[in-house]
Design a protein around this ligand. Structure first.
Ligand SMILES: NC(=O)C1=CN([C@@H]2O[C@H](COP(=O)(O)OP(=O)(O)OC[C@H]3O[C@@H](n4cnc5c(N)ncnc54)[C@H](OP(=O)(O)O)[C@@H]3O)[C@@H](O)[C@H]2O)C=CC1
Ligand SMILES: CC(=O)[C@@H](O)[C@H](O)COP(=O)(O)O
Ligand SMILES: [Mn+2]
Length: 381
């Protein structure tokens, strides 16, 4: 029986994780979870899985819930995320919270020796070197949940990492993959939220449309698999059936395939090194699909992807600034305060004006993160 702490239980990844836990009560037990502002969903999860500790975003919600559920302990805010992540009874942390707010709790859980199943890519982008260094020191495994990284992880199983020639991340191209840059000028939030293959949270769906999602994933792959950026490629593959590939030095290419269903990588990270049957999973029928398509990525069309490679190669606080600028700009786009193309313009402006600090400590990262968000807010006023 694995005992689980879950950050971001009310989100897209969180809800799918909860489903897996519900379907496998003999394998997993939810000890503690966090949510944000969705109190209805928080109640539902409490009633279904009876955790010991729950953290919400606002203090007032924690107070209200503790009246309703007197046997459960409630906490809130950033300290609440840390309390959930470090609950003494859990051995695994599933980090499915959105954004760099997940950083401190991840580091705290690693210091407690917990296995980390990580969907929260912003944490790995903003402070990958700190996370991996802490994991090494504490002999902790960081297991990928992101579909591409899970595919790479599965394609590396039993292989010697020194024999890898390159990692190939597949990209669907997002909601606007068939549009030119000219056509992107007038796209709406509603259009951008219409991902062709995946049903996900709003922020990552916009990231897919700008291709910043793939940029964050290139950096995530560099961090998780210790691979230089020159050996990480992106390949457009509109069907999202091949979830990513690893090419070896003997020219062999090993990939992981499947119908687009995030429950597969989530469950694999939870059951690793075993595999469990997926309740309600859809089997891949390649004969029915008939054809898969591949295309080289155009860095002029997908400027955000180029910016992410640039930040990745530079390293340091430029990564934090890029990530925070993206988080802030996407939030503004979702509030209809800026246009779609302004997202990458803002990121580029922040990156151009940033004085980079290499190998930053946690305090520096948190400072750059919050200052960048303030600068973006001022730029848009
Ligand atoms: N969705 C997907 O299929 C995939 C997602 N990922 C990554 O997983 C992470 C989560 O994505 P996704 O599930 O789509 O996101 P969602 O927006 O659907 O969910 C985010 C979760 O985080 C909570 N949350 C947001 N802000 C805060 C905050 N400030 N404090 C505490 N909790 C907060 C939300 O709470 P509430 O809703 O209650 O307010 C919710 O539980 C992201 O890093 C994303 O890139 C990676 C691969 C695929
Ligand atoms: C499901 C998942 O892992 C997402 O990150 C997905 O990859 C988004 O798809 P694209 O970024 O390829 O459009
Ligand atoms: Mn992904």
């Amino acid at each position: 029986m694995k005992k689980i702490s879950l950050l971001g239980a009310t989100g897209s990844i969180g809800i799918q994780t909860v489903d897996i836990l519900k379907n496998n009560p003999e394998n997993f037990h939810l000890v503690a979870f966090s949510s944000g502002k969705n109190i209805e969903k928080t109640r539902e999860i409490i009633q279904q899985l009876h955790p010991e500790l729950v953290s919400v975003q606002e203090e007032k919600d924690a107070r209200e819930l503790s009246k309703e559920f007197p046997k459960i302990q409630f906490t809130y805010g950033t300290k609440g995320l840390v309390e959930v992540a470090t609950h003494p009874d859990s051995t695994v942390l599933v980090n499915a919270v959105l954004g760099s707010v997940g950083l401190e709790s991840t580091l705290a859980a690693i210091r407690m020796g917990k296995t980390i199943a990580i969907a929260n890519k912003e944490t790995l982008v903003t402070a990958g070197h700190l996370v991996m260094e802490e994991a090494r020191k504490n002999n902790v495994q960081i297991l990928p949940v992101d579909s591409e990284h899970s595919a790479i992880f599965q394609s590396m199983n039993g292989e010697n990492p020194k024999r890898i020639e390159r990692l190939i991340l597949t990209a669907s191209g997002g909601s606007f993959r068939d549009k030119t840059r000219e056509q992107l000028k007038n796209v709406t939030v509603k259009d951008a939220l219409n991902h062709p293959n995946w049903s996900m949270g709003a922020k990552i769906t916009i990231d897919s449309a700008t291709m910043m999602n793939k940029g964050l994933e290139v950096i995530e792959a560099h961090v998780l698999f210790n691979m230089p950026f020159e050996k990480i490629d992106v390949l457009l593959h509109k069907e999202s059936i091949i979830h990513s590939l690893v090419e070896y030095h003997d020219t062999s290419v090993i990939a992981q395939l499947g119908t687009p269903d995030m429950r597969v990588p989530i469950q694999y990270a939870l059951s690793y090194p075993d595999r469990l049957p997926l309740v309600g999973g859809t089997r891949l029928n390649l004969a029915q699909i008939g054809q898969l398509h591949f295309r080289e990525v155009d860095f002029d069309r997908y400027r955000a992807l180029k910016l992410a490679y640039d930040a990745g190669k530079a390293g340091g606080t430029l990564l934090t600034a890029m990530n925070a600028a993206n988080e802030a700009a996407v939030a503004l786009f979702l509030e209809e305060k800026i246009t779609f193309l302004q997202i990458e313009e803002i990121i580029e402006q922040i990156m151009n004006n940033h004085s980079n600090i290499l190998l930053p400590d946690l305090e520096t990262i948190l400072h750059v993160d919050s200052e960048t968000r303030k600068t973006v807010a001022k730029l848009v006023k």
